[in-house]
Design a protein. Structure first.
Length: 167
């Protein structure tokens, strides 16, 4: 993996993490809605239908409505609402599978760094803080008085480690 892609993943991490969490909820809601539509469809098709007022045959074909509707359900009959919900579900699943890759890569890279390296990468790359704010964050966390140049060196070492992990 090239360094530009690594940097893009680090910068997109927070958005992808938040979006994945949202999509998990959306997937759960859509799944429940699809199940409810399936149940409603089955109940509607299985409900007794009004009988014709006369006992004269209504056509040339005699059929059993229970068999007919049971067959429709067994053959995978879907309402327009169910088709729409399943389409939304597929879109959400596709987006989730793309975004979770970024989250998993960044989580794995961060676990391979020291606490100091992780702090610099998180402050500068993930949280998108300027060097001045990154220095302040670093100094508060570790109690050290470091310069911007020191953090740049730590970031460089950390990025080299990430590049090595991403080979």
């Amino acid at each position: 993996m090239d360094i530009e892609r690594i940097e893009r993943y680090l910068r997109d991490y927070k958005f992808c993490l938040g979006r994945c969490n949202h999509l998990k909820i959306e997937l759960s809601v859509l799944s429940r809605q699809i199940d409810a539509v399936r149940r409603d469809t089955a109940e509607t098709l299985a409900a007794p239908k009004p009988k014709p007022l006369s006992d004269m045959p209504r056509g040339t074909q005699i059929s059993n409505p229970t068999e007919k509707y049971g067959g429709m359900l067994a053959d995978g009959f879907k309402t327009d609402e169910q088709i729409l919900l399943e389409s939304k579900l597929a879109e959400c699943e596709s987006e989730y599978s793309e975004k979770i890759v970024v989250v998993e890569y960044v989580n794995s890279w961060m676990s391979g760094l020291t606490d100091r390296e992780r702090t610099v990468i998180k402050a500068h790359m993930i949280d998108d803080l300027g060097w001045k704010d990154a220095v302040t964050t670093y100094n508060q966390k570790f109690g050290d008085a470091v310069s911007k140049d020191t953090l740049k060196r730590i970031k460089s070492v950390a990025m080299d480690k990430i590049a090595e992990m991403a080979k």
